[in-house]
Structure formats: structure tokens, C-alpha cells
Design a protein. Sequence first.
Length: 221
Amino acid sequence: MSLTPADVQPLLVSDNLGDRLKGVNLLRQLDPAIAFDLIQPLVTDTNERVRYAAVSQLDPLGRQDPDTALRLLRDRLENDPETDVKAAAADVIGGLQLTQAYDDLKQVYHQTSDWLLQLSIIATLGELGEPKGIELLEEALNSENGLVRVSAVSALGELGNSQAVPLLVQLVKDEDWQVRYRLVQALGKFEGEEAQQALKILTDDPMEQVAKEAKENLGSR
């Protein structure tokens, strides 16, 4: 017997946390348009686990009504008291490619001191596809947090903006081998002599994983 909205609705409004979490998960089995309507109140649930689950499901449910999804996600990104929920909102903004929210992401990145939230924002910029994102990614390359820097390198590659190449090639001698490893992968997404020359330099990298990845990227051309 197929699941119906009537089966899920009582769980979503239950006082029991387990029921609400179960209800959010069951929404995956309903028609996306119906599920999107039902999930919206859960985005501001009193429990952070429910909010996190609901926000995370807005990709792909938010495609039913991108304007409403944008409003919900902006609100959670800026106002939710839990970092995990804010980070989930940032992830979904990228997944739905809601480029109108770029300035919101940039503002929150500058306002927060939480590196996990900064990491989520930087990681989502490549998927977001907003060309202006290159300015924040350039800033993130100078972050004191190594994971944020690594994520910025990857996002620059995903963004695919040729303006990223001059920023990336400056990192061929970076002291963090993980940055250099992601750099090889990012440069592999670009055509042009500048990217190719940087890859050739990286084939002699002292870290074997980096050198091997660079040789494989050049060999696939």
C-alpha cells in the first residue's frame, strides 16, 4: 500500500521528537510538490535535529518553488541558533544554485567565527555557480584554517571561472601538500598554457600523491 500525506501528517505535528523525525524522512516517499508544502513548517521546528533534517531535504524539494525555498534558507542561514542547521542551509543554497543568496553567504562568512560554517559556505560556492564567488574564494585562500583553504581551492576548480587560474597557480609551492593535491585537481579542469605549466611543475612535487595526480592529469590531455 502506498504512503499517503494522511499517513505522514500526524507524525509531522506530533509532540514526540522521534515521530517528527520519522515523518520528515517519510516525506521522501511522497510527491515532491506535496512534500514541499508539508516540510516547510518543520524548517523552523523547535528541535534542531528536525530543523536540520528538514533544511537538508530542501534539496531537491525546493525546486518546486525556488523563491519560497530561498526565503526559508536565508532565514535559517542568518537566524538559526545551531551551526549545523546554518551549514545545511548553505549547502542547499549551493545545491539549488540560488545565486541570489550569494551576498547572504558572504555576509555570514564574514560575521561568523565558526570555521565549520565558513567551510560549508566556501564549499558550496563552486556548486552555486555565481561568478562573483571568486572574490570570497580568493579571500578564503588566505584563511588561517587549512581545511577552509583546501575547500577554497576545490571550489575555484568547480566554479570553472578562468579568472581563478592566476590565483591557483600561485599555490604550486604551498607548504600544505593537501592544498597542492587539491590544486592539481582544480587545475585539471582548466585549459590553457598557464594551468598546464603549473601542472608540469607539480609533476615534480616532493609528495608522491601530488606528483602522481599531476602526471595523470597531464596524461589525460
